[in-house]
Write a protein that binds this ligand. Sequence first.
Ligand code: EPU
Length: 338
Amino acid sequence: MKAFNTMRLDSVCENMVEFDTVEDCPSAMALAEELSHDGRVDIIGGGSNIVFSDEYHGVLVHPAILGWDVNMLENGAAEVVIGAGVELDSLVSYLASAGFWGLENLSGIPGTVGGAAVQNAGAYGQEFGDFVKYVKVWNCKEKKFEKLPKKELNYGYRFSTFKMLENSGKYIVLEVSIEVSKKFNPQLSYGPLKQISDCDNLTPVDVRDKIIAIRESKLPKVDEVGSAGSYFKNPVLDQTEWNQFCDIIREQGVEIDTVPHFVTANNMFKVPAAWLIERCDWKGKILGNAGVWHNQPLILVNATGKATANEILMLEEAIISDVKKRFGIELKPEVVRL
Ligand code: EPU
């Protein structure tokens, strides 16, 4: 599976089924179910947010539907209908070059459009779900195509309908419809982006270039060091949890004002997991062949290229345990473990 996961784990999988048109999905799924010994079938996009076990015993299905259609609407807006198998970054690059605002802050994110719709990929103040109008899916339980409108997709921080437990194995994303616009609308609230806010005639390509430069300064290059992007979610605390966290921090002699955090619209407190992990002295550390990235400790890497799934999981557990002991906060993986 090394070529099918950006963590570059050399895991083994018996069967993989790929299809490349919407119409082929039902027969591909029927084949996958027939091949599966125990009924386990999982969907894989770009493999950029997955940690495989050493031996994966289900059947993987890869929707490889490519291409997109752009339909111009009024006032410079456009609806774009995209195949689930399209590389997110090729879409982002095209839209930015064509002068559309919307997805430029998502530049450089590895993975497919289908994966972005499931995961609600987000970066630098933009989330993919904000632009989605509907998602066309195959409903595996009821064996029918459906168009799920935005209001049924429940987008939140790295969350959507597709991630709800009761929907596990129910849907395959086939096409995603988004709306973007040529109306000047940069999203520059993320610290380092403020530097370009005064530029004259700022274009989506300028923002894309800046985002790529920021990513290159912090994140490992996908083709050089295996990783699955952010390994953990940033914990979101309610008022009681935040108060408990503040007490712990003060006991450690740290001023709470010096702890980076962000208060969300519904009065929750988002604390950077990177900060917690760095305080536990994990930044740049290596355990066996698995490591914590030296410029961004939220990213676990296949440090030597020879890491096994178990080594990654051991590192994950050690970090969760240390952060829990020191700060009382339990980090939750952002990656999907198969
Ligand atoms: N920080 C440290 N030490 C570090 C790096 C960061 O303490 O070495 C602290 C700093 O306080 C910094 C804060 O962490 O201000 C946030 O760091 P950063 O801006 O790099 O973002 P992040 O919260 O760690 C999230 C996303 C990334 C996304 C960036 C930018 C999650 C789980 N991750 O990371 O998404 O690129 O914001 O928007 O929300 C991904 O999902 O795979 C991913 C890379």
